[in-house]
Design a protein around this ligand. Structure first.
Ligand SMILES: C[S@@+](CC[C@H](N)C(=O)[O-])C[C@H]1O[C@@H](n2cnc3c(N)ncnc32)[C@H](O)[C@@H]1O
Length: 350
């Protein structure tokens, strides 16, 4: 749908009809998670028996199970339902790639206030849900890390690893800093890929206990992954990094992104490389559709954070990098801009 503006008239009509399906599809999946349906459908189950077990009306539950089959998420044979081989990794709670925490978290972020969209736009209307989260609430951080972990495991880590392992520097990377890491998943995957790597996961202190707890449960590669809690705007970033990776986090740079990138440059080892993985809006912030529409509600709540295409490249040059390569890569939540920055002099000095 990224180039919806080039659609023919019949295609626009078809797209408008198709829109009506979206909320129904999402609510069916949310309902499956909420009721614990997916967790019980690893192997085929009789629909009525499953409904009784969950205290549901069998006729209505069957309608929902049939709709999930129609979406391709369940199979039905002889009145018995089961997750499909393709959907089970993402829907079954016991799967490491289960998307439950990610999807429910993203729905909170992306859908909150949607039922009052028109009201939110009225002049003078105060967006009802701009309340700041309670940063002293451990559940807030636990939910955040769980959502990011689920995203990283299900789709993010493969997309990000592909970028990192394609770098010409990859074979000689030893020390990696993941700025605003969000979870342990990428750091662990890197450490598992190459024994030479030592990875530092830098994130806000509230996230660190949840990331460290997962590392403590992980395999031997976790010994080469360490966490550092702090605010990247104020706290030391360390030095001698061969790669500083930053994905979907530079929105929080303060007082501005150039200042942070300058500090990042100084934290690099000679020959080190910085990689940014963020969206890049185009067409006067009207594309790509995935980002403009997907992030609309946070934007209406005052969080219109997405970067314009080229803004980070400009900031990287302003921060003293003298070689910046930029390219667009496909990703689950829409195309991402990969900006790769280096310094001829090795980076650390001004
Ligand atoms: C949207 S998440 C992105 C996580 C991960 N890099 C990814 O690509 O999925 C943003 C991350 O940046 C972290 N973050 C935000 N502001 C920060 C700051 N000032 N210092 C350190 N980390 C910060 C958040 O805690 C969160 O984990």
């Amino acid at each position: 749908m990224d180039d919806a503006r080039s659609l023919s008239s019949p295609a626009v009509a078809a797209m408008l009809c198709e829109l009506l399906q979206g909320p129904i599809r999402w609510q069916l999946v949310a309902c499956g998670f909420e009721l614990g349906l997916f967790a019980r459908l690893e192997s085929p189950r009789d629909g009525a028996a499953l409904a009784t077990e969950l205290g549901l009306d069998p006729t209505r539950a069957t309608l929902v199970l049939d709709a999930l089959c129609a979406m391709g998420l369940l199979d039905k044979a002889g009145g018995r339902y089961a997750l499909t081989a393709a959907s089970a990794p993402y829907l079954h709670d016991a799967s490491p790639r289960c998307m439950r925490a990610m999807l429910l978290g993203m729905a909170r972020l992306r859908h909150q206030g949607l039922d009052r969209l028109a009201a939110l736009l009225r002049a003078g209307a105060a967006p009802a849900d701009t309340a700041m989260p309670d940063l002293t609430d451990p559940d807030y951080w636990a939910r955040g890390v769980a959502g990011l972990r689920a995203f990283h495991r299900a789709v993010g880590v493969e997309e990000m690893l592909a970028v990192i392992t394609a770098l010409p520097e990859w074979p000689r990377l030893r020390r990696v800093l993941d700025l605003g890491a969000g979870s342990e998943v990428l750091g662990l995957a890197l450490a598992e890929r190459a024994e030479r790597l030592r990875v530092i996961l830098f994130d806000l202190p509230g996230n660190i206990p949840h990331i460290s707890a997962a590392l403590a449960e992980a395999g031997p590669a976790a010994a080469r992954v360490e966490t550092r809690g702090g605010d990247y705007n104020h706290d030391a970033l360390g030095e001698g990094h061969d790669l500083v990776w930053s994905a979907m986090t530079l929105y929080y740079a303060a007082p501005d992104v150039v200042t942070l990138l300058r500090r990042v440059r100084r934290s690099l080892a000679p020959g080190g490389v910085f990689v940014s993985y963020h969206e890049g809006l185009e067409g006067a912030r009207t594309a790509p559709e995935a980002h403009v529409v997907g992030r609309l509600l946070p934007a209406l709540r005052g969080q219109d954070l997405s970067f314009d295409r080229g803004a980070l490249v400009e900031a990287l040059f302003a921060a003293g990098f003298d070689q910046v390569e930029s390219r667009c890569v496909p990703a689950a939540f829409g195309p991402m801009q990969v900006d790769i920055a280096r310094c001829r002099d090795g980076g650390g000095r001004d």
